[in-house]
Design a protein around this ligand. Structure first.
Ligand code: NAP
Length: 267
C-alpha cells in the first residue's frame, strides 16, 4: 500500500529513520519537514527520494522527531497535517500519549523510545501504544522503527519511565563503564590512552560477544570467572550488595523520577 509519510525533524534520529525507510524501499511518498536540513537530507531531496519542506498536506503516517522543547510551539502547525486517518508516531522523550492526543486532536497516537545505538542500527526501541491500537497498526509502527535496530513492545505507558531508565539511558551507563575502567587502569599505573583503548575495546567486545552468543549475560559472566581467579576477585568487589546492585537500583530510580518530572513539564 502506498502511504503518504511525513517526518517532522530530520536530525540524528529522524535521519536514521528516514535513511532506513529509503533503504528498505518504503512504498510511498516521504515528506520531510526540517528548516535546516542536513546535506544528506538535501541530497535525498535533490535525487527525488523525498520532498523537503513541501506545502502542508495531510499525512497517512506522521512521525515526529523534533526535540520535546520545540514541540509545544510547533504542535498547532503539525496538527494541520493530521486528518482522521493519520497515524502519529512520536519519538520525543517525555511527551505523553495524552499530550499528543490533546495537542494534535487525534486518538491515533503512539510513542517510541529509541536509544543512541539506533543511529548505527544497533539500538533497541520501545514501542508504546494506546490499549485500543490494532495489530495491523502495531505491525506498521514496528516496521517504521526497524531501521534503528530491535523493537520491543508495545508496552503500557506507565512502564515507559522504567524501560527508558534501562535502554534509553543505558548507552550512557556502558560509556561510563569504559571511562571508569580506564581511570582505574591509570590509577594503577597504565598510560591514559592505552588504558582507554583497552577499556573501550573491551566494552565493545563484550557487547559483540553478548550479541553473538546464545547464553544470557549472567552465564557469559560466569564463563569468564574462574573460581578463586583474578576476575572473581574484582567481581566480589563490584557485586557486593552495597556496590553495583544497589548503585544501579538507585540510579534507575533517579532516572525514573526525572523522566516523570520532565513529562509533567511538557503537558
Ligand atoms: N538521539 C537519541 O539518542 C534519542 C533517544 C531517544 C529519544 N530521542 C528523541 O528524538 C527526538 C530527536 O532527537 P535527535 O537527537 O534526533 O535531535 P536533533 O538531532 O536535534 O534533531 C531534531 C531536528 O529537528 C529539527 N527541527 C527544529 N525545529 C524544527 C521545526 N520547527 N520543524 C521541523 N524540524 C525542526 C532540528 O533542526 P535544528 O537542528 O536546525 O534545530 C533537528 O534537525 C527528540 O525528541 C529526542 O527526545 C532521541
Amino acid at each position: 500500500m502506498t502511504q503518504r509519510m511525513t517526518l517532522i525533524g530530520a536530525g540524528r534520529m529522524g535521519s536514521a529513520l528516514a535513511g532506513g525507510w529509503l533503504k528498505a524501499g518504503f512504498g510511498g511518498a516521504i515528506d520531510i519537514i526540517d528548516p535546516h536540513a542536513s546535506e544528506a537530507v538535501q541530497a535525498w531531496a535533490d535525487r527525488g527520494d523525498v520532498r523537503l519542506n513541501p506545502d502542508v498536506a495531510a499525512a497517512d503516517i506522521l512521525v515526529i522527531a523534533v526535540k520535546p522543547q520545540v514541540f509545544g510551539d510547533l504542535a498547532e502547525r503539525i496538527a494541520e497535517r493530521v486528518v482522521p486517518e493519520t497515524q502519529v508516531l512520536s519519538v520525543m522523550a517525555g511527551v505523553s500519549l495524552s499530550t499528543l492526543q490533546a495537542k494534535l486532536g487525534t486518538d491515533r497516537v503512539a510513542r517510541a523510545m529509541p536509544n543512541t545505538p539506533g543511529l548505527v542500527g544497533k539500538g533497541v526501541t520501545i514501542l508504546c501504544t494506546r490499549p485500543d491500537t490494532g495489530e495491523d497498526t502495531i505491525a506498521l509502527l514496528r516496521d517504521l522503527l526497524t531501521p534503528l535496530g530491535a523493537v520491543e513492545g508495545p508496552i503500557s505507558e506507565d512502564l515507559l519511565p522504567a524501560a527508558t531508565a534501562i535502554s534509553g539511558c543505558g548507552p550512557a551507563y556502558g560509556f561510563l563503564l569504559a571511562e571508569v575502567m580506564a581511570t582505574a587502569g591509570v590509577k594503577h599505573g597504565l598510560d591514559a590512552d592505552f588504558a582507554m583503548r583497552l577499556a573501550r575495546k573491551t566494552v565493545e567486545g563484550a557487547g559483540a560477544l553478548m550479541e553473538a552468543a546464545p547464553e544470557d549475560a549472567a552465564t557469559l559472566r560466569k564463563n569468564v570467572t574462574s573460581p578463586n581467579g583474578v576476575t572473581q576477585a574484582a567481581l566480589e568487589v563490584l557485586m557486593s550488595p552495597k556496590a553495583m546492585p544497589s548503585l544501579f537500583d538507585e540510579a534507575v530510580g533517579a532516572a525514573i523520577a526525572r523522566d516523570i518530572a520532565l513529562s509533567k513539564e511538557t503537558e
